[in-house]
Design a protein around this ligand. Structure first.
Ligand SMILES: NC(=O)c1ccc[n+]([C@@H]2O[C@H](COP(=O)([O-])OP(=O)(O)OC[C@H]3O[C@@H](n4cnc5c(N)ncnc54)[C@H](O)[C@@H]3O)[C@@H](O)[C@H]2O)c1
Length: 247
């Protein structure tokens, strides 16, 4: 089950942390994986790591918020690996620069796009680049890495991030309806907190009693990417330690 041999996957923002763990699990299941990241060295060393571990991976550095760059990168991936069967839009958060949590009322409108571009437009860009081929071939898996912050209010000075994530979720619900007839599925994985190099405090409200780790995410993506998930579309799969979300 969940064999991805012969499939080609593109994972955005896969140079580190959650994206890298997703790429690693896709490669372990047999997919050839293109590692996108805006930081070229990160993409390169991630691809080298996966290749050393026995997977097939190439670096595909590009700015996911730049549609032309994404289209050019997909052309190159397709010439090296073949048509993209699985797109995982993982690049997110605050994009290339670190987030500065700020209350909306205090935020400069010129900073809004930092969150909207990466969490919403980058998702559109990747899908726009691969969807025509998927529809033509009558097979495709579109998977977006979202956040519980796009489904429920959080009081962390990240309201535009929440808006970007929620926008992508709303978009995919309708996209799933549009492309189902082409046997392309469109789903999201909604994450709870998966700390990186920051202190998240204590996991008070998480039923399973711990924060996530990047390795929690790959198996969910592998499942949605597999042939076995061919009758699942338009869904949001929570990977968050059991916190209930009603959206
Ligand atoms: N870590 C969490 O707690 C958490 C919680 C909920 C949702 N998420 C979501 O999971 C995803 C991964 O999060 P993470 O914590 O691993 O992020 P991260 O910041 O550790 O890694 C993101 C990667 O994306 C790359 N990137 C940034 N801007 C890019 C761009 N314009 N084009 C291409 N690559 C770009 C970065 O260089 C980096 O390597 C994001 O969509 C995030 O919103 C994370």
């Amino acid at each position: 089950m969940f064999d991805l041999t012969g499939k080609v996957a593109l994972v955005t923002g896969a140079g580190q942390h959650v994206g890298l763990a997703i790429a690693r699990d896709l490669a372990r299941q047999g997919a050839a994986v293109a590692i996108n990241d805006i930081v070229a060295d990160r993409a390169k060393s991630a691809a080298e790591d996966l290749a050393r571990e026995g997977g097939r991976a190439i670096a595909a550095p590009a700015d996911a918020t730049d549609l032309e760059a994404v289209k050019e990168s997909v052309r190159r991936i397709e010439s090296e690996l073949g048509p993209v069967d699985i797109l995982v839009s993982n690049a997110g958060n605050s994009g290339a620069t670190r987030a500065v949590p700020t209350a909306f009322v205090e935020m400069d409108p010129k900073d809004w796009s930092q969150y909207v571009d990466i969490n919403f437009y980058a998702v559109l860009n990747g899908i726009h680049a691969v969807l025509p081929g998927m529809c033509e071939r009558r097979h495709g898996r579109i998977i977006t890495i979202s956040s519980d912050a796009g489904r429920q209010g959080i009081n962390m000075g990240m309201s535009i991030y929440s808006g970007g994530k929620a926008g992508a979720l709303g978009f995919q619900r309708s996209l799933a309806c549009e492309v189902g007839k082409h046997q392309v599925t469109v789903n999201a994985v909604s994450l709870g907190m998966i700390p990186g190099d920051w202190d998240p405090g204590t996991p008070k409200a998480i039923p399973l009693g711990r924060f996530g780790v990047p390795e929690d995410v790959g198996p969910a993506v592998v499942f949605l990417a597999s042939d076995e998930a061919s009758w699942i579309t338009g869904q949001i799969l929570s990977v968050n330690g059991g916190v209930y979300r009603n959206v």
